[in-house]
Design a protein around this ligand. Structure first.
Ligand code: SF4
Length: 88
């Protein structure tokens, strides 16, 4: 299981990523999106459990502004489950 994260503040709509991984698509606002992706606070996040992580990593490597990150997901639910209440 892995997670793809895109920093939408950095994303410039260059779409080099589309060529490497067909899951990346252009959204209505001209920036990138992913199927079942979650957009919040300028960040697009989507979790996948398939054998296409390599394609995602190639997309990340192709992005000229280095907006895409591919990380492990699902080992250790603590981080994903963390609820932060009580701000400083
Ligand atoms: S290659 Fe990078 S900058 Fe271009 S659309 Fe994809 S994520 Fe955005």
């Amino acid at each position: 299981m892995y997670e793809i994260t895109v920093d939408l503040d950095r994303c410039d709509g260059i779409f080099a990523c589309l060529v490497r991984d067909g899951r990346f698509e252009e959204a209505d606002d001209g920036l990138v999106t992913l199927p079942d992706g979650d957009r919040a606070d300028g960040e697009l996040t989507a979790t996948f459990d398939d054998d296409r992580r390599e394609a995602a990593e190639q997309a990340a490597a192709a992005c000229p502004v280095d907006a895409i990150a591919v990380t492990d997901a699902g080992d250790g639910s603590a981080a994903a489950d963390a609820t932060t209440e009580g701000e400083p």
